[in-house]
Design a protein around this ligand. Structure first.
Ligand SMILES: [Zn+2]
Length: 214
């Protein structure tokens, strides 16, 4: 089936479910608005959809998708575009979410681009990906020991973990997030989803390791 036709086919199924009595709650939100208690900052990668991974429903998760699930540092700057920062501001100040999760994943193309030392192809006039990935450039600063002892996939996992932790650090640098943390109104988490196994890990502040969630 053509990819566009497949969308319409899926929409037909969705529409019948949407109008069913058991999903009346979904329709009722048209009047009352959304009130998700969780925000997830996830990669745009099509294999790591937070709603599917957590078996959530419509209205439960406020999601930002961007390349490599990055959070830029807090910066007062109205000269450029800050979609992710605007979403974080809205989630914390208006929706008052209780949890914010930065969710990385295995095989992340953005992370691989960061790790690649290759220069952009000459025909590429400008790449938005490289300056965007600069947000977490330190994540790819491997020690000599890491480079000597790890295969490329292992290094990528290390880089994915570190990048999420840098994003988490940037996240708490936003004043509203910082205030909400001090008031214990919000908790922040770093997750990592392994596509091959379906295992979801979370960063444990005590052990300083990513550990299986369940
Ligand atoms: Zn990714």
């Amino acid at each position: 089936m053509d990819s566009y036709a497949k969308l319409l086919d899926g929409y037909t199924t969705f529409r019948s479910q949407y109008l069913s009595e058991e999903n009346a709650t979904w329709r009722s939100w048209a009047k009352v608005g959304q009130s998700p208690k969780v925000m997830i900052i996830a990669c745009s990668d099509s294999r790591v959809n937070p709603v599917i991974i957590t078996n959530a429903g419509l209205g439960e998760i406020f999601i930002v998708n961007n390349v490599a699930n990055l959070v830029p540092p807090y910066k007062k700057d109205d000269k450029t575009y800050h979609g992710t920062s605007a979403a974080i501001e809205y989630a914390v100040t208006q929706l008052k979410v209780e949890h914010i999760i930065v969710m990385g994943h295995s095989g992340c193309g953005g992370i691989r681009a960061l790790m690649s030392k290759d220069e952009p192809a000459p025909e590429t006039e400008f790449s938005f990906i490289r300056p965007w990935m600069e947000i977490v450039s330190e994540a790819a600063d491997f020690t000599a020991q890491e480079e000597d002892s790890m295969e490329i996939d292992e290094l990528a996992t290390v880089c994915e973990h570190r990048a999420s932790l840098i994003s988490l650090k940037n996240l708490v640098g936003f004043p509203w997030v910082h205030d909400a943390l001090l008031k214990k109104e919000v908790q922040v988490h770093a997750w990592h989803f392994d596509i091959g196994s379906g295992i979801l890990q979370a960063y444990n502040e005590d052990s300083k390791e990513f550990e299986e969630l369940i």
